[in-house]
Write a protein that binds this ligand. Structure first.
Ligand SMILES: Nc1ncnc2c1ncn2[C@@H]1O[C@H](COP(=O)(O)OP(=O)(O)OP(=O)(O)O)[C@@H](O)[C@H]1O
Length: 294
């Protein structure tokens, strides 16, 4: 299977934050959801993927090409949604489409107008009078209007009302199914991912904790709840992380068989949600550091 994005040994250092030696591959034709706490480095990775930042070390390849020799070709095939308005604020959408269109060989005015109408955006109003949600919608309309093969979005659902968020996820799903695109997007709303992501990448403090198919994750990871009396040095080894609250605990595990053999029906076993996985893996990463085995 072909990779649409590849990061090989990528490092980037800021004064108080660094990403070290990251390897990340994203498969063509799938939706990859990118999650992680505030400041974990998601936007930095996205900027590296878009060549808005240059890595100190390592290689970024998109569609198998590098930015040094193929920037125009790569950007032509990416629809990019950034979490703030990157267009001139005094312009309206009509002006912006005129400015943006020549940059893309497959710009589709009809499609753009279709999205502008569908998203109920005023075409002649200056974008400086757009609400945050309207700006995001405008950015999404532009990204979807040039038949890009890859859509990269930094928190595209931030600032959107729940109804439109749902509609938007349906649009992305339609685009995925009908046109076989690849989508990479970061979000803090894990329910969006549970609706339509194929792969999940979990990032924490500049490190990838997890890069796996969502259906596998949902099958493997369980949340175990019980009394703290059941915990000792041996039984604790069956868990990735344990959270205690007074005399009860809840813990993350991916060994359902082992847990059943050890605890029988003294514990309650549930499927772990993405939020719970994120919480426990982040906590385990903090406590165990690089030895984390998930
Ligand atoms: N240009 C920069 N110069 C210095 N530090 C930076 C720069 N860009 C990002 N950082 C720092 O890198 C860290 C990661 O930031 P980043 O925006 O990538 O995180 P994020 O996961 O996208 O966060 P959020 O979910 O809050 O949007 C932060 O500590 C941030 O302050």
């Amino acid at each position: 299977m072909e990779n649409v994005i590849e990061l090989h040994g990528v490092s980037k250092k800021f004064q108080t934050f660094s990403i070290d030696d990251i390897d990340l591959q994203m498969k063509q034709g799938y939706t990859t959801g990118f999650i992680g706490a505030n400041g974990s480095g998601k936007s930095t990775i996205i900027k590296l993927m878009m060549n808005l930042l240059k890595p100190d070390k390592g290689k970024v390849r998109v569609f198998g090409m590098d930015y040094a020799n193929h920037e125009k070709e790569i950007k032509n095939r990416i629809g990019f949604v950034y979490d703030s308005n990157i267009y001139y604020e005094s312009l309206n959408l009509k002006d912006i489409s005129r400015i943006v269109a020549p940059a893309y060989t497959q710009w589709d005015d009809k499609l753009f107008i279709k999205y502008v109408n569908q998203f109920e955006l005023p075409i002649n109003k200056s974008m400086k009078h757009f609400s945050k949600g309207m700006q995001m919608k405008a950015s999404i309309a532009i990204a979807l209007s040039h038949h890009a093969d890859l859509i990269i979005m930094d928190e595209p659902t931030a600032g959107l009302d729940p109804t439109f968020r749902r509609e938007l996820l349906d649009i992305f799903q339609e685009v995925m199914v009908n046109e076989g695109k690849s989508i990479f997007f970061s979000t803090h709303t894990t329910s969006d991912l549970e609706r339509f992501a194929d792969y999940i990448v979990l990032f924490n403090k500049g490190e990838i904790l997890l890069n796996q198919r969502l259906d596998e994750l949902q099958e493997q990871y369980i949340l175990v709840k019980g009394s703290t009396d059941l915990l000792d040095r041996d039984t604790e080894t069956h868990f990735i992380n344990i959270e205690r609250s007074q005399d009860v605990f809840q813990a993350l595990s991916k060994n359902i068989q082992e847990v059943q053999e050890v605890f029988h029906d003294h514990v309650v076993i549930e499927k772990a949600s993405l939020d719970e996985m994120m919480f426990h893996m982040k906590s385990a990463h903090r406590n165990q550091g690089k030895q984390l085995n998930i």
